[in-house]
Design a protein around this ligand. Structure first.
Ligand code: NDP
Ligand code: HSE
Length: 435
C-alpha cells in the first residue's frame, strides 16, 4: 500500500457518544487505508467530551473537556462535530469555519435551523461544510442530491427518514399492538431515546426534510418551514383501518416542487400516511430508512439502508472526512450552498393531499348522502366508499381524490359535527397509487 508522506490532516472530534466513538474506532482501525485514499495520514488531534472518565475505549491523552480550545487549536485542519443540538455546536462550528477549518457534521437539527449561517461562514473562509450523516445515516443521499443530480431537475423527494418511528409503526402493523406498547419496546431495545420526543413528534424527520428540500430545490428551507405531524396520535384502529384497505401506515417526509399558474413553489411536510402494501416504501421495516427521488431526466431513484446507529452513521461521517481531507491535500473545495432558486414554501393548507376517513355512523337512509354532501360542499371529490352495516350502526370508510389539505381538513371538521356521525374513528392522509 502506498501512503503519501504529506503532512497529516489533523482532525478535532467533538463528541464521543454513539456516533463519535465509532468515528474514533474507524479512524484508528482504517488509518492506513484512509491515508492511502486521502494522500496523507488522517490523525486525531483531540476528542472533546463532557465526561472524560466515561470514555475508556479511546486514548486518554486525546480526551479534553476544553472543546473551545480544541476547535481553535492552530494544528487542527478539520472539525468533526457529533455532539448534536443547537448550542454550543453552532458557536463552535462558526468559529471553526471562520478560522478556515473544514467541518463535517451529523447534526440535522443545527443544519435545518442555522444552515445558511454556517454556509456563509464556510464561504467567507473557503472552508468545506459536509453533512452526509445528517440525513438517513449510512445512506449516501445528500451527495447524490448535491452532486450527482446537480444537472437534473428534481421534482419530488419522499421517504422514511426516521428509524425509531418506522420501528414503532412496523411493530404496530405486525402485531396490532397499541402505540404506547411499541414505544416501550422501542425504548427497551435502544431504538427510541429516553426522551423520544424529537423522533415521535416528527422534529427529527422535519429537520431532515428541510435539508432534503433545500438541496433538491436549491432553496433555503428551515425546520420552521416544514409542516410537522408525529405518530403519537396513531391508534391501533388507524393501523387496522389501513390494513383492511391493503395499506400500511408510515411516517413520511415529502418534499415536492409545485408548479401552479406558471409559478413555482415547494411543499415540505412530515406526517403519517397510508401507503399501499405494494408500494416499495411499505416493505421498509424496523429501523431502516428509504427515500425516493424523482427527477425529470433520471426518473425514479430509490435509496435504502440503515438510517441510524453508531457504525452506519460513522460510515457517512468518514466518507465526508475523506472528501474534505482530500480537498485539503490537493487543494479545492466541495460544493457550496446552492439556494439560487429561492422558491416560496407553500403553507400546508395548499398542499394537495388525499384523505382516508373512517366513521361510525347511524345505519339509516340518507346518512351516506349527508356525508357525501359535506365533501361536495368543500369541492372534495370522493374516490371510494365502503360501508359495513352493524345493526343500528355502520362503519363508513371514504377515500378522497387529491384536494387542498385545508379543504379536506374543513370537510372532516364539519362531518365530525353531524348528528348522524357517532365517531370519527380514523383520519389519515393517503400517498401512493391506489392498490
Ligand atoms: P450521543 O449523545 O451519544 O453523544 C454526544 C457526545 O457529545 C457525547 O460524547 C458527549 O460527551 C458529547 N458532548 C455533549 N455536549 C458536549 C459539550 N458541550 N462539549 C463537549 N462534548 C459534548 O449522541 P449521538 O452520537 O447519538 O449523536 C451525535 C450527533 O449525530 C447528533 O447530531 C445526532 O443527531 C447525529 N446522528 C445520530 C445518529 C444516531 O444513530 N445516534 C444517526 C444520525 C445522526 P459525554 O459522552 O462525555 O457526555
Ligand atoms: N433518531 C433518529 C432515528 C436517528 O430514529 O432515525 C438519527 O437521525
Amino acid at each position: 500500500m502506498t501512503v503519501s508522506r504529506t503532512k497529516p490532516v489533523r482532525v478535532a472530534l467533538l463528541g464521543c457518544g454513539t456516533v463519535g466513538s465509532e468515528v474514533a474506532r474507524l479512524l484508528h482501525e482504517q488509518a492506513d487505508d484512509l491515508a492511502a485514499r486521502v494522500g496523507a495520514p488522517v490523525e486525531l488531534a483531540g476528542i472533546a467530551v463532557r465526561r472524560p472518565n466515561r470514555h475508556r475505549d479511546v486514548p486518554a491523552d486525546l480526551l479534553t473537556t476544553d472543546v473551545d480550545g480544541l476547535v481553535t487549536d492552530d494544528g487542527v485542519d478539520v472539525v468533526v462535530e457529533v455532539i448534536g443540538g443547537i448550542e454550543p455546536t453552532r458557536t463552535l462550528l462558526l468559529k471553526a469555519l471562520s478560522a478556515g477549518r473544514s467541518v463535517v457534521t451529523a447534526n440535522k437539527a443545527l443544519l435545518a435551523e442555522c444552515g445558511a449561517e454556517l454556509f456563509a461562514a464556510a464561504d467567507a473562509s473557503g472552508a468545506d461544510l459536509y453533512f452526509e450523516a445528517a440525513v438517513a445515516g449510512a445512506i449516501p443521499l445528500l451527495r447524490p442530491l448535491r452532486e450527482s443530480l446537480a444537472g437534473d431537475r428534481i421534482t419530488r423527494v419522499m421517504g422514511i427518514v426516521n428509524g425509531t418511528t418506522n420501528y414503532i409503526l412496523s411493530a404496530m402493523d405486525a402485531t396490532g399492538a397499541a402505540y404506547g406498547e411499541t414505544l416501550d419496546e422501542a425504548t427497551r431495545l435502544g431504538y427510541a431515546e429516553a426522551d423520544p420526543t424529537a423522533d415521535v413528534d416528527g422534529y427529527d424527520a422535519a429537520s431532515k426534510a428541510a435539508i432534503l428540500a433545500s438541496l433538491a430545490f436549491h432553496t433555503r428551507v428551515t425546520s420552521a418551514d416544514v409542516h410537522r405531524e408525529g405518530i403519537a396520535g396513531i391508534t391501533a384502529a388507524d393501523v387496522a383501518a389501513a390494513r383492511a384497505l391493503g395499506r400500511t401506515v408510515k411516517l413520511l417526509a415529502i418534499c415536492e416542487r409545485v408548479t401552479e399558474n406558471g409559478e413555482e413553489s415547494v411543499s415540505v411536510r412530515v406526517h403519517p400516511a397510508m401507503i399501499p402494501r405494494s408500494h416499495p416504501l411499505a416493505g421498509v421495516g424496523g429501523a431502516f430508512n428509504a427515500v425516493f427521488v424523482e427527477a425529470e431526466a433520471a426518473g425514479q431513484l430509490m435509496f435504502y439502508g440503515q438510517g441510524a446507529g453508531g457504525a452506519p452513521t460513522a460510515s457517512a461521517v468518514l466518507g465526508d472526512l475523506v472528501a474534505v481531507a482530500r480537498n485539503r491535500v490537493v487543494g479545492g473545495r466541495g460544493p457550496r450552498e446552492s439556494a439560487y432558486a429561492d422558491l416560496p414554501v407553500r403553507p400546508m393548507g395548499e398542499a394537495r393531499t388525499r384523505y382516508h376517513v373512517s366513521l361510525d355512523v347511524a345505519d339509516r337512509p340518507g346518512v351516506l348522502a349527508q356525508v357525501a354532501a359535506v365533501f361536495a360542499e368543500h369541492d372534495v371529490s370522493i374516490a371510494a366508499v365502503r360501508q359495513e352495516g352493524r345493526s343500528a350502526d355502520a362503519s363508513l370508510v371514504i377515500v378522497t381524490h387529491t384536494a387542498p389539505d385545508a379543504a379536506l381538513r374543513s370537510t372532516v371538521d364539519k362531518i365530525a359535527g353531524l348528528p348522524i356521525v357517532r365517531e370519527v374513528v380514523s383520519v389519515m392522509r393517503v400517498e401512493g397509487a391506489e392498490p
